[in-house]
Every structure is written in C-alpha cells, then in structure tokens.
Design a protein around this ligand. Structure first.
Ligand code: ASP
Ligand code: MG
Length: 437
C-alpha cells in the first residue's frame, strides 16, 4: 500500500482538493493523509492566543474568518444539495465547538482541541467530495489510532495495534482518508505531533502498516540542492539516503519534518517527495541506498546560539567535558555542534528555553560567552562529510566570511559551519558556486 500525504498548500482551497483527488485516482487501495488547509492552523493558534488573553472580539473575528473561508470551500467543492447540507452542518458544528472552548479556565487541553480542528475540517470536506464523485472512500480518524507516550513521542506499537484492525474493517474501501498532525496522548486526550507534524504522521502510518512507499506531496518539486528562497538556480535532488534526508530536514530544508525520516528509515520504506503543482516532475526519492562521495545539498538553520566556555581547569584535565555536558543534560537542552581546544569548548544550541539556568551553571566551570543570531550551514552528502576535497571547496567558498565554527569528521554525511545569520545568504550563495559548479 502507498501512503499519500498532502500538505496545507496542496489542499489550500476547493480547486486544489479536486486536484488532489485527480492525483490519487480511485484504483488500488491507498491511505491519504491530509494537513489542514494552508493558514488554518495559524489561525487556530491565534484563536487560542485570544482565548488565553480573553480577547473575545478578536477571537470572534478569527471564527468569522474561518466561517467565510470554509463556506467558500464548500461552495466551490461540493455541488449536490445533500453533501452541501452535510458539510455546512459539519462546519457549523466545528465553529460552535471552537467557541465553546472560551472561558476563564481556558487551558492546554482546550488549546489542543482547537488545534486539531484544522485537519478534522480538511479531511471531512475532502471525504465528502470523494463520496460525492462516487469514489469508494472512507474516513478513519487519526484520533482512533495515532498515539503518543508519556514523553510525547509516537508509540509505534500501539499505533500499529490500533490502525491495522481499522484497516481490516475498511478492506473493501479504496481511498482511506485520515488526518496528519493529530493524535491522542497517554491520558486519551486530543494532542498533536507539533507544528508541521503531518509528514511525521504519514511515515508513522507507513511504518505501522509496513507500507510500500510514502509520498509527501508539497508545493515544490522535491528537496533542492540549496535554499531556493535565497539562492538562484537551485535544482531538485533526485536521490537521497535516509541519513542525508534526515540531516537536510534537521538543518533547515523546510520541505520535510525532521522527525519524519526516522520511521521510514526504521521500516526501510522509501519516501518520495512530489509536487502537487507538477505531478509529472520526478521529485526526490529518499531510500536506504546512497551515491557515495557527492555533496547533495546545502541547508541552513537559523536561531542558533553559540556558547563558549574557557577554563584553565580544562588544561590536561579529564572529566571537564562531562561536567559541561551534564549541565546541558540537566536542562534538557540538546547540543548541535561542538568544537574544542585545549582550554576552551564552544557548543551550539537551538532553543533558549533554559538559557539563563544553563549560563548560570556553566559560569561555575569557567568564563562563559554567548553569541546569538547565528546560523548553522550544513553541507550534506554521504561520504562528502569526511572528504578533504569537499572541505577545501568549502574553505574557498568561505573566503572573506566570518566563520565561527567548523565541524568536520563527526559524520560522514555532513560538514557543518557556524556563521552569523547576517552572512548566511551570502555564504549559501558562495558555497553554491564553489561546490556545485
Ligand atoms: N497543520 C499543521 C501545521 O500547520 C500540521 C501540518 O500541516 O503538518 O503545523
Ligand atoms: Mg509541512
């Protein structure tokens, strides 16, 4: 079975939903995982913000926006009185449910109920459309099978145990529609896989049912060799290994949720990135195989903070780095890059939730300096990560730019550089010229 996942722009309005139906066809059984209509989850996030701060009028404004948008979708998507009436009733019910969350005790549970409605709306309307066109379709709610554990991580065993019987019951259906992003937690409450999590849903479903392939349909023709938003003449990369794709997704290639590669890699299921607006384009195929010694792509991740710790005590001492790492462990902050010299170590982190506590405690180990507004630029390719040839091209490309750290040799897949975010675009362009020409 093939899993098809369509992102927010791919289901962004009625015409696009119809295009999705064209792409999937009605032959053979398949699972279709949908995101919310593009922009909806952001609106729902804003709505929860207004409920938290008890801004009733602003909240109503969002609900009115959603009302008009979804009434418009129904109008353009459905043509029979029967389905139009059902869809209108359904959307009215959702809007009422959103409003019903308002109150002085508005909390995280209400918030998560609200955030889940985007995917519930997109899948329900799309399912109505399929039925109206006579397709052999059904809707299976992700709330019935997608589960996270105490740590908020997917519980793959449970997911499989719940989903497989549901699929058996639906064995005569061809098109099985379900939601990305949403799930239930260990308390059985509505929860989610965090923003952008629909890709993750798709590969988790793939792993749970041992799918043949997972296709992630977005608005671009695959993973590009550099950031197409800032570098000219980028091109889609045809093939990536799971490791390369994971590094690129983690280091900023926006097309794929970083965690979504893991289930696919574990289950050995190829992931194909496809373009809804150009279905004939090859896209990118991510699989276990790799083409060695080739730089595949460059990606960048912003919002990086570098922490430099200088300590005379490090000189010829053992156990110093352990003490440094323990501080990060204690504050549940993961480290991305690290470089050391005999008396100093510099590390990078990508979130500031516990920055103050971290710094206070690191101060007991040495002199600490913090630099923010940094970006990690990652040059990715199996084998290229350990190649001095690639390193020398990078060095040539970096000539004249302020490079704060270089990480070479840690992974065969990746050479990472830390540069000021102000220089990032220039560095991406310069590396592009030196590496891909
Ligand atoms: N709708 C969710 C979001 O916007 C999940 C997703 O689209 O992947 O983050
Ligand atoms: Mg996405």
């Amino acid at each position: 079975m093939i899993i098809y996942k369509f992102g927010g722009t791919s289901v962004g309005n009625a015409d696009r939903m119809k295009q999705v139906a064209n792409i999937i066809g009605d032959e053979k059984q398949k699972i279709i995982v949908l995101s919310a209509v593009g922009g909806t989850t952001n609106k729902l996030v804003r709505l929860t913000g207004f409920f938290y701060t008890q801004k009733h009028d602003e909240a109503l404004e969002i609900i009115n926006l959603l009302h008009d948008e979804y009434y418009g979708i129904i109008d353009n998507l459905l043509s029979t009185d029967n389905y139009r009436a059902q869809a209108t009733l359904f959307i009215d019910g959702i809007l009422e449910l959103l409003l019903a969350q308002e109150g002085a005790e508005f909390n995280e549970k209400n918030e998560k109920i609200i955030l889940a409605q985007g995917e519930i709306m997109s899948t329900t309307l799309f399912h109505f459309y399929l039925l109206e066109t006579g397709a052999n379709a059904t809707l299976i709610s992700a709330l019935e099978y997608m589960r996270i554990d105490e740590d908020g991580e997917p519980d793959i065993e449970k997911i499989g145990n719940l989903l497989n019987p549901l699929l058996e019951q639906a064995s005569d259906k061809h098109l099985i529609v379900t939601q990305g992003y949403i799930c239930r937690n260990v308390q059985g409450e509505i929860d989610n896989l965090k923003r952008g999590g629909s890709d993750y849903s798709a590969t988790l479903v793939g792993q749970a049912i041992k799918a043949e392939e997972v296709q992630i349909w977005t608005d671009i023709d695959g993973m590009h060799n550099n950031d197409p938003r800032v570098v000219e003449n980028t091109y889609p990369v045809d093939y990536l290994s799971f490791d390369e794709a994971a590094e690129l997704a983690y280091f900023g290639a926006k097309i794929l949720h970083p965690a979504s590669v893991l289930p696919a890699r574990e289950a050995g299921i190829p992931v194909r990135l496809k373009n809804t607006f150009d279905p004939a384009a090859f896209g990118t195929l991510i699989s276990a195989s790799s083409e060695p010694d080739k730089v595949k792509a460059i990606a960048a991740k912003d919002g990086i903070i570098a922490i430099n710790i200088i300590s005379g005590r490090m000189l010829l001492a053992f156990g110093f780095l352990r003490r440094v790492f323990e501080v990060f462990e204690k504050h549940r902050t993961s480290i991305d890059m690290i470089t050391t010299s005999e008396v100093a170590v510099t590390l990078t982190i990508d979130h500031t939730n516990h920055l103050k506590e971290l710094i206070d405690e690191l101060n007991t180990l040495g002199t600490v300096m913090v630099e923010d507004n940094m970006s990690i630029v990652a040059v990715v390719g199996n084998g290229a990560g350990g190649s001095s040839k690639v390193l020398s091209k990078i060095t040539a490309g970096l000539n004249g730019y302020a490079v704060r750290m270089v990480s070479f040799g840690g992974s065969q897949n990746n050479i990472s550089l830390l540069v000021p975010t102000a220089d990032k675009i220039a560095v991406l362009k310069s590396l592009n010229n030196h590496i891909f020409d």
